[in-house]
Write a protein that binds this ligand. Structure first.
Ligand code: UDP
Length: 238
């Protein structure tokens, strides 16, 4: 497979909800393990893998602030939720024998490494999976923006955004039968049409740094590996 490998280093972004399985909250360990195996199959291709996992399955800043909490406090809680998800994923990956580091934007040395760019790069060179937790470390941001930021800092060649559907559609395909999937679309179209790929700051940051985003379905077994080989259905945002 190494002849047709196109990527040396990539970042996989998944939402916290991807770890819920059929539940409405929290973590579903078999689902975490399934995604860990998807990561394993890509790492087995020799690709260096970074991950960013959201926190929406546990806590979202906007929800907290809608209920009267101070927004910044609620956002910090959301960031802490991403650390819990990162630890769960680390556990699942290490069960598969994959050396994994959780690297947190908020220092908590007992559970995760602090983010030091050069150190993270070294981990990747040693083929350790790096899970970047706690988002950007700042309130008012999202883990999508954190994913683009870290992917850029780590010189990833692309971001792979695993979702419930196999790409970007002109309208929500779970609500509209006539929704049409784009094979490729520009960052500017995503912004102008308000398509729900990633939030606007993440898209703009990806555009300004020429970082391609591949949107694909995480429910498709072998999907992540397939997309890296250019197979399966997906949308390329460039
Ligand atoms: N968050 C934040 N700054 C960041 C990243 C995340 O404040 O840089 C907070 C924010 O409150 C957000 C929550 O963490 O609602 C969980 O992240 P996100 O909503 O991106 O998770 P996802 O939707 O991907 O599960």
């Amino acid at each position: 497979t190494s002849e047709n490998r196109r990527y040396d280093r990539v970042l996989l972004k998944i939402s916290g909800e991807a770890l819920m399985g059929d539940q409405t909250f929290g973590l579903h360990p078999p689902t975490v393990e399934r995604i860990a195996r998807e990561v394993q199959s890509v790492r087995d291709m020799g690709v260096e893998v970074c991950m960013v996992i959201g926190g929406g399955n546990i806590f979202r800043g906007l929800q907290g602030s809608a209920q009267g909490m101070e927004r910044t406090t609620a956002d910090y809680m959301g960031m802490l939720a991403t650390v819990m998800n990162a630890l769960a994923m680390q556990g699942a990956l290490e069960k598969l024998g994959i050396h994994t580091r959780v690297i947190s934007a908020i220092t908590m040395n007992e559970v995760a490494e602090p983010y030091i760019r050069r150190r993270a790069v070294r981990h990747l060179e040693k083929k350790r999976v790096c899970i970047f937790a706690a988002g950007t470390g700042n309130p008012y941001f999202t883990t999508d923006t954190a994913a683009v930021l870290r992917a850029t800092e780590m010189n990833c060649q692309a971001i792979f955004k695993g979702t419930k559907v196999d790409g970007v559609y002109d309208k929500d395909p779970e609500k509209h039968d006539d929704a049409v999937r784009y094979d490729k679309i520009t960052y500017d179209d995503v912004l102008q049409k308000h398509l729900k790929v990633m939030d606007a700051s993440a898209i703009a940051l990806a555009r300004d740094n020429d970082l391609p985003i591949f949107v694909f379905s995480l429910d498709e077994p072998g999907g992540f590996r397939g997309i890296l080989a250019g197979e399966g259905t997906f949308t390329r945002v460039t």
